[in-house]
Design a protein around this ligand. Structure first.
Ligand SMILES: Nc1ncnc2c1ncn2[C@@H]1O[C@H](COP(=O)(O)OP(=O)(O)OP(=O)(O)O)[C@@H](O)[C@H]1O
Ligand SMILES: [Mg+2]
Length: 449
């Protein structure tokens, strides 16, 4: 800079000297009056005086301008100064700094993208907070599970965002103790869901905690269902076995000598073993269906034929009970995709229930086309199902009226089998019912292959 000022000052002084000399020579030669020469000399001096500082500071202006752009975040700008003086060096340093910043920034961006990709693809939820439990990061799993939005949540405390005091306490515990914390927590999301939460304190000056959320609601439900299933199945098996054992003991105790009693007891034993057989068969069927759920055969099935055949099975029993059948099956039903044997079990089970739980009136079967599928309804005018039982009838071993059904010989597995088969086919089964008036079961099956 100093050199630039020196050079500029010397060259301007020389220039001024040259111009003044020329003017003096011209006026001395009589071409110009002395006054005009003086005025021109003065004008030129003013111009030089005004131009010199500008000329000196112009490159500095350019440096300042670009520095401002860089400060604003525009790292694409470079300063075009080719002098080798201090200003040139300054410009060069600025350009190098911008280039290095560009490199660092692209590395940081790459790192951030990589971290974002990991967070986005994680199956677990992640919430990170700072030392004051203010949210600094949440991943899409958390957004989805808790119905949150990352942008709206950032900067708020975890209590404001998730509104769970126990979770807030866990974050504070991890922050204060500096040790990892683990706990199972039921959180309203707004539905209550069970999470296993792992909280790990972050090292570093600012502190903070990262929490990992694993939703274990379904797993717990499955475990509960499995335990209940074993308990129910054992109970169901034990009842007929106890009765069989009881009758055999009575036979040993002397009843065998009375042929009349012996025959009656043997009939009961026979019935009970048949019941046991049916129960074991149903359990095996259910296990097989569950196991092959996604491997069902998908062939075109004419539902009208399947339903008609099922109706024929129950016609005699219905007639004996004085029940009418009304069957409405349009001829132009499209075939559905599925396994014909399994689908016929669906309608056999539904019609079995309809006939079993209806003492008078009619059993109506209707089918119609629906969006991308076929719907079949089995409606009866039977005893109906109370609203509190309605949500449970598809559970294994569930029977609304135990005394009545055991008299009628049911194990409570029929509708569980129906549901498994229909859902395994990608379909849906619905039920509506009014106690004392009747029930309607609707099965929806897809025509898409
Ligand atoms: N059409 C219906 N009308 C009234 N109640 C019904 C009807 N269908 C089912 N239910 C109720 O739902 C329960 C469960 O039905 P599900 O078919 O699973 O078992 P089940 O008929 O008792 O025994 P299973 O079918 O194994 O022989 C029945 O015990 C009954 O209480
Ligand atoms: Mg049944």
């Amino acid at each position: 800079m100093r050199r630039r000022i020196q050079r500029t000052a010397i060259s301007s002084l020389l220039l001024l000297w040259l111009v003044l000399t020329v003017l003096w020579a011209v006026s001395a030669a009589g071409y110009l009056s002395q006054t005009v020469a003086m005025v021109l000399g003065l004008l030129f001096a003013v111009v030089v005086a005004a131009a010199v500082p500008r000329f000196i500071s112009e490159p500095l202006f350019r440096v300042a301008e670009t520095a401002e752009k860089i400060a604003e975040g525009d790292l694409t700008k470079t300063i075009q100064i080719h002098e080798s003086d201090e200003v040139g060096k300054l410009a060069q340093s600025f350009n190098q700094m911008a280039q290095r910043l560009r490199g660092t920034l692209s590395m940081v961006t790459q790192e951030k993208n990589r971290m974002q990709a990991i967070l986005d693809s994680m199956a677990d939820g992640v919430i990170a907070v700072d030392g004051e439990t203010r949210v600094i990061l949440i991943n899409p799993v958390v957004e989805e599970a808790f119905g949150l939005n990352e942008e709206a949540s950032l900067g708020k405390t975890v209590l404001e965002v998730v509104r769970d005091y126990e979770l807030d306490r866990l974050f504070r515990q991890a922050l204060d103790s500096g040790r990892p914390v683990q706990q199972e927590l039921r959180i309203l999301t707004p539905d209550p869901r069970l999470f296993r939460v792992h909280l790990t304190p972050l090292r570093g000056a600012q502190g903070g905690v990262v929490a990992l959320f694993r939703d274990i609601t379904e797993r717990r439900q499955l475990e509960k269902m499995r335990t209940e299933f074993v308990a129910n199945a054992s109970h169901e098996l034990r009842t007929p076995l106890t009765s069989i054992r009881g009758f055999i003991e009575t036979l040993w105790d002397g009843a065998l000598d009375d042929p009349e009693t012996a025959r009656r007891f043997l009939t009961i034993i026979d019935e009970e073993t048949r019941r046991l057989n049916e129960l074991v068969d149903d359990l095996l069927k259910l296990a097989t269906i569950e196991e092959r759920r996604n491997l069902f055969r998908r062939q075109p099935v004419e539902l009208a034929e399947v339903v008609q055949r099922a109706v024929e099975i129950f016609e005699t029993r219905a007639r004996q009970k004085g029940l009418r059948f009304s069957v409405e099956l349009p001829a132009d039903l499209p075939p559905v995709a599925g396994d014909v044997n399994l689908l016929s079990q669906v309608f056999i089970n539904l019609l079995d229930n309809a006939v079993k739980f209806t003492d008078k009136g009619e059993i109506g079967i209707r089918a119609w086309k629906e969006d991308g599928g076929v719907a079949v309804e089995v409606r009866d005018t039977g005893i109906g199902i109370t609203p509190e039982h309605l949500s449970r009838i598809f559970e294994r071993f569930f029977r609304a009226d135990k005394s009545r059904t055991s008299e009628l010989g049911g194990t409570g597995l029929g509708l569980a089998i129906v549901k498994h088969i229909v859902e395994g086919h990608g379909g849906e089964v619905r039920v509506t019912s009014r106690p004392g008036e009747g029930s309607a079961f609707t099965v929806l099956l897809s025509t898409g292959f």
